[in-house]
Design a protein around this ligand. Structure first.
Ligand SMILES: Nc1nc2c(ncn2[C@@H]2O[C@H](COP(=O)(O)OP(=O)(O)OP(=O)(O)O)[C@@H](O)[C@H]2O)c(=O)[nH]1
Ligand SMILES: [Mg+2]
Length: 242
């Protein structure tokens, strides 16, 4: 994605503050340390924003957010935390006019955050990852200008299983759903077993049971693992497996 990095560099040149949007459910996974490093090197301020807080218990996040300062918790969907975020921005800019680049992995809610702050729907959003294609400036008020950007993965990373898990790559675009589903089952085993009321402990056995639950059965009564994995990923990304 070379053009995305061109965008990142352009934003780094233009903005005085960078907001890194992180998914509150997957804070460590959605950190882009290459961007964080670049921001640090450029001498600009980095503000961490934990978005989608409506989907987590904020009280349980303390350990995961330790060391990430300054930071703000928000829910763009529920419009929670936006006043605190504006205050924090003005604190960092010392009340001066400021341009802020909004960066992060695909689908973490960058465009939604911009809409929540501006109170308008100027930045288009979608549940499909990789939706925003170019840079777009949105004015919040007389002091704050935001730049929406396309989501970026770290250059050196190509972790399809992780992208599937955090919804940075939509399920329909994942070529090997079985591999990704098995990785998610491995990492979130207890939660998934509880959700589907499954006793088995081996990831492949669990996926077989899920195939039966989803009625994904081939001729000859064999579980259709590919079909089950695809549906599992879709449901997972819709947040329906809790
Ligand atoms: N539950 C919840 N969903 C959210 C929140 N913010 C965004 N979303 C959802 O997350 C999905 C992605 O939102 P976008 O704002 O398009 O994300 P983005 O980071 O701009 O995505 P790209 O442009 O693809 O990089 C959409 O389905 C949003 O409705 C939030 O605070 N809570
Ligand atoms: Mg977007």
């Amino acid at each position: 994605m070379p053009s995305f990095w061109k965008h990142v560099n352009e934003v780094l040149r233009e903005a005085e503050i960078i907001i890194e949007v992180l998914d509150a459910r997957f804070i460590e996974e959605t950190r882009n340390k290459e961007i964080e490093y670049k921001v640090e090197k450029s001498g600009k301020r980095l503000l961490y924003v934990f978005n989608k807080c409506d989907l987590v218990d904020v009280g349980e996040l303390k350990d995961k957010t330790k060391g990430l300062h300054p930071s703000v918790f928000i829910s763009s969907r529920e419009k929670l935390g936006t006043t605190i975020l504006k205050k924090k921005i003005l604190e960092l800019s010392r009340g001066e006019r400021v341009t802020i680049g909004v960066l992060g992995y695909p689908n973490v809610g960058k465009s939604s955050l911009i809409n929540a702050l501006s109170g308008r729907g100027s930045a288009r959003t979608s549940s499909e990852s990789g939706f925003t294609k170019g840079l777009q400036k949105v004015r919040v008020d007389s002091k704050i200008m935001l730049i929406d950007t396309p989501g970026v993965f770290p250059k050196e990373e190509k972790d399809i299983a992780k992208y599937g898990k955090i919804n940075a790559m939509s399920s329909g675009k994942i070529r090997d759903p079985e591999y990704v589903a098995l990785k998610i089952i491995e990492e979130e085993k207890e939660r998934i077993k509880k959700h589907f009321r499954i006793e088995e402990d081996d990831a492949e056995d669990i996926l077989e049971r899920i195939a039966v639950i989803f009625k994904k059965i081939r001729k000859g009564n064999q579980p259709d693992l590919d079909g089950a994995a695809r549906l599992f990923l879709k449901r997972w990304q819709e947040g329906k497996i809790k």
